[in-house]
Write a protein that binds this ligand. Structure first.
Ligand SMILES: Nc1ncnc2c1ncn2[C@@H]1O[C@H](COP(=O)(O)OP(=O)(O)OP(=O)(O)O)[C@@H](O)[C@H]1O
Ligand SMILES: [Mg+2]
Length: 316
């Protein structure tokens, strides 16, 4: 019987996120996905759950936020109830082959065959399914013996197109491959990511035209393909306000005028999100800090303050 951890009662958005099994943090390259994923992982582990912070980017960066050495592919403990892994999707696929084939000599032959290597590298959606499958198996207690107990995975999703390609991969595979162990796994994963009680989706954007466009695109595609919405949008690196910001107010110092202009452009994008984004929005200020623990502390504190407020129950 797969083990499922007892879930805390949901009353704030943070409680609700902490009650999930998977939180996918997605967004365009460089918008602060890793920072937000790291902060959320910390906050939900502070709610008593055993959390794995999972990244799949070979350029490991989460360890810098956590001030620990690179995890090198293994699951390593980085704090109370907080674990970190930099996952190579191809390693998960190899492990699945080994499990399914069981016979060592046979799996060795498959793993070393050029056909398998080519398939594993090129088949669309396979790596995405491997990553989601890895998270699913861990939180459901289905992973190989000796795997640590994990209640919740926070996935720092790779910055490829819209996060939708990651989230829609199982449904697309399940449509094509019906039955068999792979088809069944794909169908199960597609239900898993579509279920808002199991999987939360957190989008990260900047208050600029293109990232906002992408966030709204993500919202549309989630509705079309997964019949669900995201749970939170984090607008990162918002410039703090200072002084009079009315449009057209010029200043002697061109740098001040430039700053105001940037603030005004950002304000328009924030207004657009307020109008078109369905669901909670959190804002994070642009901080004069480098990637590292201090930045992570500040982002964690700001998110905690914004997400730990009581929320109205969502309409069914
Ligand atoms: N609120 C912030 N204030 C100042 N700097 C920030 C803030 N958030 C993120 N940064 C900086 O922006 C850069 C990108 O952040 P991060 O690596 O978290 O983004 P990412 O979306 O994960 O990037 P990638 O797509 O490359 O993985 C980093 O140098 C980080 O230090
Ligand atoms: Mg990153």
């Amino acid at each position: 019987m797969p083990r499922r951890a007892r879930r805390p009662r949901a009353s704030t958005l943070l409680d609700r996120l902490a009650a999930e099994e998977l939180i996918v943090v997605t967004g365009k390259g460089g918008v602060g996905k890793s920072a937000v994923a790291g902060a959320l992982a910390r906050l939900v582990s502070g709610r008593g759950r055993r959390v794995l912070l999972l990244e799949t980017d070979p350029r490991e960066s989460l360890h810098q936020y956590l001030a620990v050495p690179p995890s090198g592919g293994e699951i390593v403990a980085v704090g109370p109830r907080l674990l970190l892994q930099n996952l190579r999707p191809s390693a998960v696929l190899d492990e699945l082959v080994r499990e399914q084939l069981r016979l060592d000599a046979l799996s060795r032959r498959v793993l070393s065959s050029p056909v398998y290597r080519h398939f594993a590298d090129a088949a669309p959606g396979l790596k995405e399914i491997a990553v989601l499958g890895h998270a699913f198996r861990l939180v459901r207690g289905l992973a190989r013996r000796g795997a640590p107990r994990i209640d919740l995975v926070v996935l720092d999703a790779p910055a490829t197109g819209h996060g939708v390609s990651l989230l829609a991969a199982p449904a697309l595979a399940a449509e094509v491959i019906r039955g068999g162990p792979f088809g069944r796994m794909a169908a199960e994963l597609s239900r898993f990511v579509a279920d808002r009680g199991s999987c939360a989706i957190v989008a990260v954007a900047l208050a600029e035209e293109m990232p906002v466009e992408e966030a709204l695109d993500l919202q549309r595609m989630l509705a079309e393909r997964l019949h669900r919405q995201a749970d939170l949008l984090v607008v990162n690196e918002v410039l703090p306000s200072f002084g009079d910001e009315s449009e057209g107010s010029d200043h002697d110092d061109p740098l001040v005028s430039l700053y105001r202009r940037r603030r005004q452009l950002a304000a328009r994008q924030l207004a657009r999100l307020r109008r078109d984004w369905r669901g909670p929005v959190a804002e994070l200020a642009m901080l004069p800090l480098d990637r590292g623990p201090e930045l992570l502390d500040a982002i964690s504190d700001s998110l905690a303050a914004q997400l730990d407020r009581p929320i109205a129950p969502e309409p069914a």
